[in-house]
Design a protein around this ligand. Structure first.
Ligand SMILES: Cc1cc2nc3c(=O)[nH]c(=O)nc-3n(C[C@H](O)[C@H](O)[C@H](O)COP(=O)(O)OP(=O)(O)OC[C@H]3O[C@@H](n4cnc5c(N)ncnc54)[C@H](O)[C@@H]3O)c2cc1C
Length: 162
């Protein structure tokens, strides 16, 4: 037995096999390629988000299979699918901010920003950031705050004018 504080599990990433039922172009993770409005290229009535979508976060960087991209992609895809149904204008997905935060156990955590992963916080400062991300940034709003507040929370996060 090897005692350790941290286990790094590297299994690779793959999209849901459900994507195979949708005609389109796929990337190496099995994600459907989408346009700026998150319509699937080749299946224009379908919008893809999260781990099923290969989208561009800015002009050159594809999204990752990650919660930070999944959350925003979901907001934009939902917004656009609804607007498409009622004949309103769609908005292009963009997500300029990119960060990573890796928790390394008692040592702390490593927080980076930008596509070149510039180190911003380490150890306990990084850990505090990780806890804020997990407990606040990506944590779904409580149903107790009510429907209106939940919608406000979602719209504000995405900076979408609803
Ligand atoms: C162990 C693990 C650790 C991770 N850690 C991180 C991390 O630290 N940071 C990070 O950024 N990302 C992390 N990720 C990745 C992150 O969780 C995903 O990128 C994100 O959850 C994708 O969101 P999604 O909405 O696309 O898919 P999901 O969150 O997987 O949601 C898909 C939903 O669809 C449901 N579903 C599937 N098939 C069907 C069906 N046929 N009918 C109805 N419902 C169905 C599933 O039950 C699920 O609820 C991690 C993933 C794993 C597995």
């Amino acid at each position: 037995m090897i005692k350790t504080y941290t286990v790094v599990l590297a299994t690779g990433m793959t999209s849901s096999p459900l994507t195979r039922f949708i005609p389109g172009e796929y990337d190496e993770y099995g994600r459907l390629k989408v346009g700026r409005d998150l319509r699937v290229i080749g299946s224009e009535a379908v919008f893809a988000a999260g781990d099923t979508a290969h989208a561009l976060a800015d002009d050159i960087h594809p999204t990752y299979l990650s919660c930070q991209h999944a959350l925003e992609l979901g907001r934009y895809a939902g917004h656009n699918a609804l607007h498409d149904l009622v004949g309103c204008e769609l908005i292009p997905y963009r997500q300029a901010f990119y960060a990573t935060c890796v928790d390394l156990g008692p040592w702390g955590a490593l927080f980076t920003t930008g596509w070149d992963r510039e180190v911003r916080k380490t150890r306990h400062e990084g850990k505090a950031m990780k806890q804020q991300i997990n407990n606040e940034w990506i944590y779904p709003p409580s149903p107790a705050i009510g429907k209106v507040e939940i919608f406000r929370h979602i719209a504000l996060s995405a900076e979408i004018d609803t």
